[in-house]
Design a protein around this ligand. Structure first.
Ligand code: ATP
Length: 219
């Protein structure tokens, strides 16, 4: 592994359709517990799932409103600007070129996303570019594919300090708060004319225009 001393940059990707307190809380805990700069990275066209309900512009407006007033979590819009599917390996290669060989990069993944990692485009190259941190909730872990377990046996580290000591290549399991919130649930509530209060930051409910795309009939 390449040695490094600088503060890690961690990315947390998703469709954020819409962003909710489950996303924000785990991103916040990762920033604190890993002592990292964390950026939320909305995907334009996620390769592994149906297209988002709201436009990229609407999802970004929600993210900006959700992130206002704090400075630990940032927003990275590069995948929205890039044509074609949003492959994490391309995003991390861009970040590696921008930040140099020494800075630790971290790919933060929820448990569900992590379990599907071996289906991702050029997935084994991810380890050359970044560390992988899986955000686990105390509930039981889903079974991991054998290929992922093999990587885990080679690469797992016991403490976040190891993620500061190298630029890429380690895997770490970060225990985070379990907030049983999903964007699907929020979309369903809005489509049914209900208010998702306390599942989203208040700022998203304070401006009726922000959530309007989810109250309309599907595009
Ligand atoms: P959907 O319900 O539409 O599938 P989602 O709520 O899972 O959406 P995504 O944008 O798909 O949101 O998720 C982005 C990342 O956030 C994924 O890695 C996912 O595992 C993680 N995530 C989603 N909800 C939570 C939550 N409540 N707590 C922790 N992590 C979450």
């Amino acid at each position: 592994m390449v040695t490094s001393a600088s503060r890690p940059l961690a990315i947390f990707g998703g469709t954020f359709d819409p962003v909710h307190l489950g996303h924000l809380r785990v991103a916040w805990e990762a920033a604190e517990l890993l002592d990292a700069e964390v950026r939320l990275l909305p995907a334009r066209m996620p390769p592994h799932r149906p297209p988002p309900r709201a436009s990229a512009e609407a999802r970004v407006a929600l993210l900006r409103a959700a992130l206002a007033g704090q400075d630990r979590l940032g927003l990275d819009l590069r995948e929205l600007a890039r044509p074609g599917p949003s492959y994490s390996v391309d995003t991390l290669a861009e970040l590696r070129a921008e930040h140099g060989a020494q800075r630790p990069l971290i790919l933060l993944l929820g448990q569900d996303a992590f379990a599907g990692l071996p289906t991702w485009e050029r997935w084994t190259q991810l380890f050359d570019l970044a560390h992988i941190v899986v955000l686990t909730r105390p509930a039981s872990l889903p079974p991991w594919p054998d290929s992922l377990q093999g990587q885990w046996r080679q690469r797992a580290v016991a403490a976040p300090a190891a993620l500061h000591a190298a630029a890429a290549g380690a895997m770490f399991n970060l225990r985070v708060s379990a907030l049983e919130i999903s964007a699907s649930q929020v979309r369903a509530l809005l489509a049914a004319g209900r208010e998702p209060r306390y599942l989203l930051p208040d700022a998203l409910l304070a401006d009726a225009a922000l959530l309007a795309p989810y109250r309309m009939p599907p595009r």
